[in-house]
Design a protein around this ligand. Sequence first.
Ligand code: ADP
Ligand code: SF4
Length: 685
Amino acid sequence: MNARDPRYDILLEPVRIGPVTAPNRFYQVPHCTGMGHRYPQAEAAFRGVKAEGGWGVVCTQEAEIHPSADLSPANEARIWDDADVERLRLVVDAVHAHGSLAGIQLAHGGLHAANRYSRAVSLAPSGGPVAGDDPVQARTMRVDDIAEFRRWHRAAARRARDAGFDIVYVYAGHGMTLVQQFLLARFNQRDDAYGGSLANRARLLREVIEDTHDAVGGACAVAVRLAVDELLGDEGMTHDGEAAELIGMLAELPDLWDVNLSDWTNDSQTARFSGEGFQEPYVRFVKDLTTKPVVGVGRFTSPDTMARMVRDGVLDLVGAARPSIADPFLPRKIARGDHDDIRECIGCNVCTAGDNTNVPMRCTQNPTVGEEWRRGWHPEAIPSLPAPRRVLVVGGGPAGLEAARALVQRGAEVTLAEASAEWGGRVSRESRLPGIAAWARVRDWRLGQLTRAASAALYLESRLTAADVLELGCQDVVVATGAHWRTDGAGRTHRRPLPWLAAAPVVAPEALMDDPAALPEGPVTVYDDDRFYLASLLAERAALTGHATTFVTPAPLVAPWTEHTLERDRIQARLLELGVELVTAHTLAGWHDGAVTLACIHTGRRVEHACAAVVPVTSRRPDDALYQDLVRRQAEWPDHGIEHVTLVGDALAPSTIAAAVHSGHAAARAVGRDPDLTTAFRREA
Ligand code: ADP
Ligand code: SF4
C-alpha cells in the first residue's frame, strides 16, 4: 500500500448538503443501469458495491413517479406507489451499509414518456408528438393537471423519504422531463402563468422544489439536476443565457445543484468526441451564483483533474457515472494512495448500450458490472484457488489479459503467451484509429497489474502450437486467440461469401488499422455490414489520409448500433464534415474496371462508384485453429498434466471488447470449479 498523495486530501473532505453530510466529495450522480424496477436486487447490489468502493453519495437512476411517466420497455426505477418503496429500500440499505448517502432522482418524462405499458395519455406543457417514433401525441396540461402533477411529485418525495433516501432530486435534465420541458420555450408555448417569460416557465420548477422540501420535511436534502446547456444555441437553454438567469433566480432554493449538458448524447459523450472534463466550460459559472454545493460530471478518472475542479472552485462534489461503473473502487484507491490501480473508463458507452437495449448494463473495463447479485461477482475480490495451479493463457488481447490478470489474483501461477510483438490484440489496433486512444486503457490497466505480479510470466512474440501447449503441460489452458475480419463479404446481408470480391482490390480492416498507407491511390469504398463503430472509423481514416471515400451500408442509417452508445448523430456528422459520401440501404453487387457496383436493397436498382479499394467490414472469423488442434489431441492431455482447455473471447464467438473481457474473467473464475456452477446465475422473482 502506498501513502496517499496530500494533493488529493481535498477530495476526502466531507460536504454538507442541506440537512445531510456527504462523507467525501466523490458523488455518483444518478445514472441508468437497465436494472431498474425489474431487477431490484441487481440494482441494490450494484449500488452497494459503489458505496463500498468509497463513493460518498450513491444515487439511483431516474425513478418514474407515476403511470403517466412510464418509459417502458426501458427498465428505470419506479416509485408509482407504496409497493415500490420496499424495492427501493434495498438500494438505500445497500448504500447505507457502507456509510454513504443514498440519492433518488424523481422523474416524470412528460413528452418523453409514451406510456407504452400504462396506456396513460402523455402530458406536456404544450401538446405535440412525444419524443421518439411512437405515433402518439401528448396533450397540453391544464392548470388542474399541473396541480395534480405536483401532488404526484410530493407523494413520490414522501415515499422516497420513507424508503430512507438522504437526497431527493427534482429532475430538469437530459431533455427527458416535464419540469425541464416547462423551462424550455420550444416545448412550452403556454400563455398562462406557466408560459412566456423565463420566470413563468420556471414557475413549475420553483413550485416543485418547494413541494419537495415540504414533503420530506427537512429529513432529506433536495437536489436539482439542471441541464445548463443543450448545445442548440438560441433554440435551447444556454449556459451563458437563460441557465445563468435561472440559477440566479433560484440560487438558494435547492440544497444542491447538479448541473450538466443535455440531451443524454451531449452529457455522456464518448472518448471519440470529447476528453476528460469536457463539461467544465459549461458549468463553471454556477458556483458564482449560489452558496449551495455544486456537482458536475465530465468522465473524470484522474485524481489531479478532480482535485483541480474543487481547488479552482468549479465544483464542490466530483460527479461521476461512467468512471464509477468502470471502477467502483476509484475513491478508495485514491484514499489509499493506490491511484495507479484505478481502472479508468475508456469512454466507449457500452454501458449506455445496455440500458438503451433494456437489459442490465455491461462495461468494457469492469466485467463484474451487473453480476454483483446474480453471480456474486465483486469488482475487487475474487475467491482464491483452493490449491496452487499452473495456468497457460494463449493470446494477449482483452480476453487473454483479463483471464491472466484474474487468475493471478486468484493465486495461480500464470504463463501468458502472445504471438505478436505487442500486447492488447484488437484493442491496441483499434486504439490507433482516430479519437479512441483511450481504449488502450483496457490493455494498460491489465498489463500494469500483471507486470507487478510475481506469479505471472509474460512472453511476447510467442506463437504457440498445440505441441508447444502440450509441452508446457499446465493444468489449465485458456485459449484467447481472437478473430480476424473476413475479406469475402460474408456477414448479415450476404450470409455466404461474395465470389467476385476475390478479384477486387480488397483491403482488410486490420491492414488499414495497422497502416493508413495500406490503401492504394484512388477512391475507397468502406462497406459496413457490421453496423457498429469500426467501419465509420476506417472511413474516417481513409478520408483523413486524402482518399475520396464512400461509406456504403445495407442498413437504413450509418452505424445504427451506435445509436445505443449515443454516438450515431456525431458519427454521421463527422463523416459528412470529412466529405465522405454516405450510401445507405445498398449492398455490394460487383466490381469491374475500377468501379464497384452497388445495389439498392429495396429495388435492386444498380449504380456504379469509382473505386480503387474496397474495405469490407462485415463479420469476423474466430482464430480457433489452436483450440481445435488441442481438442483433436485430447487423448494426450493427461500425459502432459493438462486437465482443462477453455476457449474464450473472440476466438469462441466474435463480439464486443466488453464481451471478450467478460469471457476471460468468467473463465478465470471457473478454473478449479464445476463449470456449471460458474455459468449459472440467480434470477429475480
Ligand atoms: P480477444 O478480443 O478475444 O482478446 P484479440 O483478437 O484481441 O481477441 O486477441 C487475440 C490475441 O491472441 C492476438 O493478440 C493474437 O496475436 C494472439 N494469438 C493468436 N493466436 C495465437 C497463438 N497461437 N499463440 C499466441 N498468441 C496468439
Ligand atoms: Fe466507461 Fe465504457 Fe465502462 Fe461505460 S462501458 S463505464 S464508457 S469503460
